[in-house]
Design a protein around this ligand. Sequence first.
Ligand SMILES: *Cc1c(COP(=O)(O)O)cnc(C)c1O
Length: 424
Amino acid sequence: MTGENLSTRDKKHLWHPLTQHKLGKPQLPIVKAKGTLLFDEEGKEYIDAIASWYTVMYGHANEQIVAAITKQMQTLDFVMFSGLTHEPAIELSEKLMEILPDNQAKIFFNDNGSTAVEAAIKMALQFFHNKGEKRDTLIAFEDGFHGDTFGAMSASGLSSYNGPFEDFLLNVERIPVPTDDNLSEVTDKLSQTLHKNKCAAFVFEPLVQGAAGMKFHSAKGLDTLIELCREHEVLCIADEIMTGFGKTGKNFASENIANAPDIICLSKALTAGMFPLSITSCSQEVYNGFLSDDVHKGFFHAHTFSAHPLGCAAALAGIKLLNSPQILERREAINLAHNQFLSQIKSHNKVKDVRVMGVILAIDLDIKTERYGNLRDELYNFFLERGVLLRPLGNTVYVLPPFVITKEELQKVYKAIIEALNTF
Ligand SMILES: *Cc1c(COP(=O)(O)O)cnc(C)c1O
């Protein structure tokens, strides 16, 4: 058994996510990670240019975060969060309040991104139920992604994931994302939706749709849509699971819009990739909707690992780093380098579109690919062969590196992209 390599052993009992096991190459075993680098069994290095699904923003095995978790596990490993409380969760709620939009007042803990969205949707539905109002419809953007549990999946509009489940989803009305050209059209569509349906919540990824291919939309447009929802007392849920913690330039993408969301979902970089944890924050008004002498009007929703102290400790260490002078300097340097690279490649004949926001760089290639298909796999493998982990979303190649990536590492990533542009 131990004589066999990891790939062979992996095949015996493991079922990987987002994988058709009858097709494609075996999974790449990673035995070690440090900073920006991943190492395989043979010691080959790979730059983690997407920060392992935009989580490890301070680098793998970051010493400050490792130290914080180690200390926490020796003091208080875990207790349930119903009936009991603890300082890591309390301190994290205080620190989050310092950086979240001013209208946020309460923090509800969950254990991953999908469950943060699930809790947000249930909060919105119960908020109206508690008031004796029946509101049974959600509004969401086309091509949004909010997770893989049923509520979150209902809000998601990416059909490659939802196909088999479409008959079992919540009522959702979809609108296109607002651009500079289509705002009146989208506003009309939203207006009709609001009049036709009993809408409870508008769920959106603010400014950047991650899984859709790092697609950007207009902040001004989003603001207009939120304002319209407000007129109908529809709760606005910002899914900042991808955009949160400095990726768009600001700490949160919601800082770019004047109308702060009623509910915000955070995960991924929240714990710097070190621990699964998420939060659903909300305004005082939403919270007040659950206060009652009737016990059943409380929010009866829990996850065993809610507010896990190790996750809270990781999050606290991460927030300390987020706006430290060293990380701020890197955040700006990456943005500058991305913009220089954008100028360099924007007129390449294989580049259909290239865009930069904060530390996010996305390039739409002028080639035809399926979201999961041969050409996409070839691109993925092409980058791996060059020591760079990039995970193309259809024909979109995006770079969202850990803040700690060095100038040289970033140049190596760009070089691999230019080679791909000249090859495919
Ligand atoms: C990743 C992601 C989710 C789902 O989070 P999981 O932890 O994978 O369940 C939801 N929304 C957005 C915007 C995401 O990027």
